[in-house]
Design a protein around this ligand. Structure first.
Ligand SMILES: [Zn+2]
Length: 320
């Protein structure tokens, strides 16, 4: 073996992909059982997540904080906007309750609480990993309710029903269901090089996969090809699905893929990106391990981009 890094790379044990492998059993059949739901909301054994806009309320602890409140504790924090039933978590009923963002802001003054955003919680590991999927579920649901108080068909005020899993319009009888927005996120590969870009929103050293919303009437594979062509001027052939991730910012489903790049020349969309270039596997391995000589990085393991890049770096080259 040569002294240089050899292929494939061994980056150690695979980290967990954030917000996935939920332990919640959604027991959808309970959503219509209002007596049972009311009893659970009065049960001290139930677990309540409290969310105000982007902010999650946590009980301050020494190491990892506690996002679970008992119903009475949650009630005492601030008036609830909506309450959604998330499902059963280790035998306990689990709910997400919304409070006004201003109320969450006011709770920051309390010494016994930590009030911060879900991105920080996930990246810094501020709660046990098992809480991330139900927090994502609760945050996405509460965001949807906050933006869908009126009927998109007739404009009348709608009512939340089925424990938060539907809104119904009393005027025109239309039913509205919580939605999630599909986003493709992909690494285009040309020979032994992978394509990464930089958004102006990124930290100055970070490079990541290209991404974009799937549009109506579009297959996932076609969205991967269109977004890569639009943002980078690269045509793609084969597309291989890898894995998906709920991404509650505000309510997306990330769909991760590798794509076969058919040309190397780049034409960067300057409205979307501030940087675009091909990287070798050596560089990407160093970026994933945070050992790049210039300090360049890839997103952390909580993000699907980390896993998409890593699975290419660890592949033997034949990813299709
Ligand atoms: Zn209506």
């Amino acid at each position: 073996m040569s002294a240089s890094m050899s292929l494939p790379f061994d980056l150690g044990p695979r980290p967990h992909l954030g917000y996935t492998q939920s332990r919640i059993d959604r027991v959808a059949e309970r959503r219509l059982d209002s007596d049972w739901l009311a009893a659970r909301m009065a049960d001290v054994a139930s677990r309540i997540y409290v969310i105000g806009g982007e902010m999650i309320v946590l009980k301050k602890r020494d190491a990892v904080h506690d996002p679970d409140f008992e119903p009475d504790e949650a009630q005492a924090l601030a008036p609830h906007t909506e309450t959604v039933f998330l499902g059963m978590f280790d035998g306990h009923a689990c709910f997400g309750v919304g409070i006004l963002p201003a109320a969450a802001e006011a709770l920051k003054a309390r010494d016994d609480l930590v009030v911060t955003d879900l991105r920080s919680i996930a990246i810094q590991g501020l709660v046990a990993a098992e809480h991330l999927p139900p927090l994502a579920e609760a945050k996405a649901m509460l965001h949807w309710h906050a933006r869908h108080r009126f009927c998109s068909n007739c404009g009348a005020a709608t009512n939340m029903v089925e424990a938060g899993w539907k809104r119904s319009c009393p005027a025109c009888k239309a039913e509205h269901f919580p939605r999630t927005d599909p986003v493709v996120i992909m690494l285009s590969v040309n020979g032994d090089k992978g394509l990464l870009g930089r958004s102006g929103r990124f930290a100055a050293t970070m490079w990541s996969c290209l991404a974009g919303f799937v549009e109506p009437g579009e297959a996932i594979e076609d969205a991967v090809r269109r977004e890569t062509l639009e943002e980078a001027g690269v045509r793609c052939g084969r597309v291989k699905y890898l894995y998906s991730q709920p991404w509650p910012f505000p309510m997306s489903l990330m769909i991760g893929a590798h794509a076969e790049a058919l040309n190397e020349n780049l034409t960067m969309d300057k409205n979307e990106l501030v940087g675009l270039r091909w990287f070798s596997k050596d560089e990407c391995a160093a970026m994933l391990l945070r050992k790049h000589p210039e300090g360049l990085t890839c997103p952390p393991p909580v993000a699907i981009a980390h896993h998409i890049i890593r699975s290419w770096v660890e592949s033997d080259g034949a990813i299709f």
